[in-house]
Design a protein around this ligand. Structure first.
Ligand code: AMP
Ligand code: ZN
Ligand code: ZN
Length: 415
């Protein structure tokens, strides 16, 4: 009997020692496991930080690492580049090859407004960071981001919400903070949040307009609200805040337009995407003629799919159409009918466009990150957006899927 009591005491003592050591390994109360909030400011050009007062973005840069620019991938449009940031893959590799896509084998068409297609995983190749995170046992939350409405590889973010462009920015910030308030076991470790203010103003009024300055100030305020909310929760120094944009913006007007039907007959082609890129599927037997005619267009470059510039990595995917064109910086590509509507005042004249060759500096976006994982008070040269995925995976401690990024470049951002 005495021996049995001793055994019980021994077991109890061992148990409590185990409990203590487990508690020592776990983070102390109030210390978070590595957490990332990934913020996108659509169309925030690399130089916008200096165009209007941006105390919050500057504060973030001072506490963290800032790139001189973020180089987009071709085409410099919203869906392809958000999904490149998320996957580390070029659009020509992940399959969101444009904002408007024709999948030739099935005849299906993708556009950001076609909810049924946006939610279909068939479009979304590669592995976005939220899927990598959840496969690694972490939860993620999406306050918008292209791709987060589809179950990719059968995985969808634990928290997500259908895209609604009218949802106020303050509301988006509050949703992020509410997720941060969840108990440890339910709190997402990766949160994406998206704001379109700057892109919308840039298209409507141009990159140098007062409206863009107002939008810059407004989105800088969202960072201020997010930082203040994290500070109130004593979480600011524990969360990695990453701010990126998908592309920049170039000034345009209706006097600088390449008119497609000045060169080819619209009956000869299916126009899959237009302005400032031109994605064409020619009718049978018309490919050579269409290519030759467009080769004569001024302020415009045309390529066959197999001969697009090597640096675009835009040849492989079956969704890339046989003929790809792109206007020179500051020029638009339109049908005659569209241009006439603009000139008659029946259609808004865009004063800002993006989608051009990523080699133009005007197409560069921003990258600013601060938090325990990132370097402090450092500026790095402009880098390509394919490298962000590896950095996020490393910060979260999950194994990245194969991608186009270079882990050595990702490491230049990290402590
Ligand atoms: P772009 O045509 O490349 O300038 O695309 C910008 C537009 O994409 C914005 O005006 C947004 O309203 C829209 N957008 C951004 N994210 C999403 C999303 N997740 N779902 C649907 N539309 C989106
Ligand atoms: Zn965009
Ligand atoms: Zn845009």
């Amino acid at each position: 009997m005495r021996r049995f009591v001793w055994l019980l005491i021994l077991i109890a003592a061992f148990g409590s020692w185990l409990g203590v050591s487990a508690a020592q390994n776990a983070p102390a109360a109030g210390v978070l496991e590595p957490t990332v909030i990934l913020v996108s400011f659509d169309g925030f050009r690399w130089d916008y930080v200096d165009k209007a007062p941006t105390p919050n973005l500057r504060g973030l840069a001072a506490r963290g690492v800032r790139a001189e620019g973020l180089i987009p991938s071709f085409p410099s449009k919203t869906f392809p580049n958000h999904y490149t940031i998320a996957t580390g893959l070029y659009p020509g590799h992940h399959g969101i090859v444009a904002n408007n896509i024709l999948d030739q084998p099935t005849g299906r068409r993708f556009a950001s407004a076609i909810v049924k297609e946006v939610r279909d995983p068939m479009w979304w190749g590669g592995e976005p960071i939220w899927v990598t995170a959840q496969r690694g046992g972490l939860l993620s939350g999406a306050m918008f981001w292209p791709g987060t409405e589809a179950p990719i590889q059968g995985v969808i973010s634990k928290y997500w919400t259908p895209y609604d462009s009218s949802r106020p920015g303050a509301d988006r910030v509050n949703q992020v903070l509410q997720w941060m308030d969840l108990p440890d076991a339910e709190r997402p470790r990766l949160i994406t949040v998206y704001f379109d203010d700057v892109d919308t103003a840039g298209h409507a009024e141009g990159p140098d307009s007062p409206e863009v300055r107002d939008a810059i100030t407004r989105v800088d305020g969202y960072i201020g609200d997010l930082v203040a909310g994290l500070e109130r929760r004593r979480l600011l120094d524990q969360v990695n805040l990453v701010v990126a944009s998908d592309h920049g913006m170039a000034f345009t007007d209706s006097r600088h337009v390449v008119v497609v039907d000045d060169y080819i007959s619209l009956d000869d082609v299916d126009i899959v995407d237009i302005n400032p890129t031109l994605a064409l599927v020619p009718k049978a037997g018309r490919e050579d003629a269409v290519y030759r005619s467009l080769s004569r267009a001024r302020k415009f470059k045309v390529y066959r799919r197999a001969n697009t510039p090597e640096r675009w990595h835009y040849r492989d995917h079956p969704r890339i159409p046989p003929i790809i064109g792109v206007a020179d910086e500051g020029w638009q590509v339109m049908r005659r009918e569209t241009l006439e509507q603009v000139r008659a005042g029946k259609r808004h004249e865009d004063h800002g466009v993006h989608g051009y060759d990523p080699q133009f500096k005007s197409m560069r976006g921003i990258f600013i990150a601060a938090g325990p994982a990132f370097k402090q008070g450092t500026t790095v040269p402009a880098f390509q957006n394919i490298h962000i995925y590896n950095a996020l995976a490393q910060v979260l401690g999950v194994t990245p899927a194969p991608n186009d990024g270079d882990p050595a470049i990702a490491r230049t951002l990290l402590r």
